[in-house]
Design a protein around this ligand. Structure first.
Ligand code: COA
Length: 337
């Protein structure tokens, strides 16, 4: 459909999520399992984060998980791979440096009419991805996008560092987003807020390999995720409520009207603090971090898919999605389902 979808004058375009899908590796690792490899306990992890287990890939790849999530989202949306005009993958844990994840998925599913690229915005990646897709779709040039958030953080964390390894997990979530011509512009993705602050990037990082060429010889090291947990915590509880309010305000939602807040699943205490700052009850904040831990770019689309497949989302429901993480990056989106 590249370049061929033109919308009639006087008509609006709704940019709607028409299908969601997710995939989580089978291998479940409990807090007690981790207490056998690092000096930690179920009590410490649960009380500080709410996490009880995470799923760690043994056989799956970042591409393989993405393909499963993508197929489920496309099946629900009733679209074929050839229908995709845009394929965006948000990830910090590609299988290869190049080709990127989006191109690997394109090849695996046969989305031969799409253009495909990755974005690295860590745990905000899915939010960034749906905004980028929305912008393309609003142009009227394209009709159908697939946005995937996938991470295999198990290959990036230091399994001897108890302050980080207990937090993360693996998985993939995806959403099909379509431009639909309509009389009124009051459905779908109404507003997206994207923010970043590279100056504070050091508080959550994973370095690349050092320069090592024929002029400069350094010992090639392997870097793991490192984090100043308390700084990240403070950053999250300040920026997420601001972004949520801004996205809601731009969409014309009162916070009290919002049915669900689908937040990045890093820490239950962060979600509680955000709920408190927004003056909203925890019942409006579904969570899956108990079972999945923090899956960075995959957290928001996996949770959205779970809530969707439970039948909790009714047409007209008001949702706010929000993510935050390395970069630092953060973002929120206001959606009428
Ligand atoms: N098990 C047992 N003890 C642990 C531990 C673990 N897994 N990890 C750290 N500790 C210890 C520390 O070594 C420290 O011990 P000390 O007092 O003897 O030095 C103690 O627990 C307190 O550590 P601290 O880092 O101050 O804990 P905290 O209350 O800040 O909780 C986090 C740590 C990571 C749970 C918390 O800071 C957090 O959730 N931050 C946000 C992180 C996040 O969401 N990151 C992802 C963003 S996308």
């Amino acid at each position: 459909m590249n370049g061929s979808a033109h919308f009639r004058r006087g008509k609006h375009m709704n940019i709607k999520i028409t299908g969601t899908g997710s995939f989580i590796p089978a291998n479940r690792v409990t807090n007690d399992d981790l207490s056998k490899i690092v000096d930690t306990s179920d009590e410490w992890i649960k009380s500080r984060t709410g996490i009880e287990a995470r799923h760690i890939s043994t056989e799956d790849t970042t591409t393989g998980m993405s393909v499963q999530a993508a197929k489920r989202a496309m099946e629900q949306a009733g679209v074929e791979p050839e229908d995709l005009d845009i394929l965006i993958a948000a990830t910090i844990s590609t299988d290869k440096v190049v080709p990127g994840l989006a191109c690997e998925v394109q090849s695996a599913i046969g989305a031969k009419n799409a253009f495909a690229f990755d974005i690295n915005a860590a745990c905000s990646g899915f939010l960034y991805g749906i905004n980028i897709a929305s912008m393309y779709l609003k142009s009227g040039e394209y009709k159908t996008a697939l946005v995937i958030g996938t991470e295999m953080l198990s290959k990036m964390v230091d399994w001897t560092d108890r302050s980080t390894c207990v937090l993360f997990g693996d998985g993939s979530g995806a959403a099909v987003i379509r431009a639909e011509e309509c009389a009124e512009n009051r459905e779908g993705i109404l507003s997206v807020i994207q923010r970043s602050d590279g100056a504070k990037g050091d508080v959550l990082r994973c370095d690349n390999r050092p320069v090592n060429n024929f002029l400069v010889k350094r010992e090639a090291g392997f870097s793991y995720v490192s984090m100043n947990g308390q700084e990240v915590y403070k950053f999250a509880v300040k920026t997420v409520p601001e972004a949520v309010k801004e996205a809601a305000g731009k969409a014309g939602f009162a916070l009290d009207e919002v049915d669900y807040f689908i937040l990045h699943q890093a820490n239950y205490r962060i979600i509680e603090a955000v709920a408190k700052r927004l003056g909203q009850p925890m019942e409006k904040f579904p969570t899956n971090l108990q079972e999945c831990g923090n899956i960075s770019a995959a957290s928001v689309p996996i949770l959205l898919d779970e809530v969707n497949r439970k039948g909790l989302l009714k047409p007209g429901n008001k949702l706010i999605l929000a993510g935050f993480g390395a970069g630092l990056t953060w973002g929120a989106a206001a959606i009428i389902w």
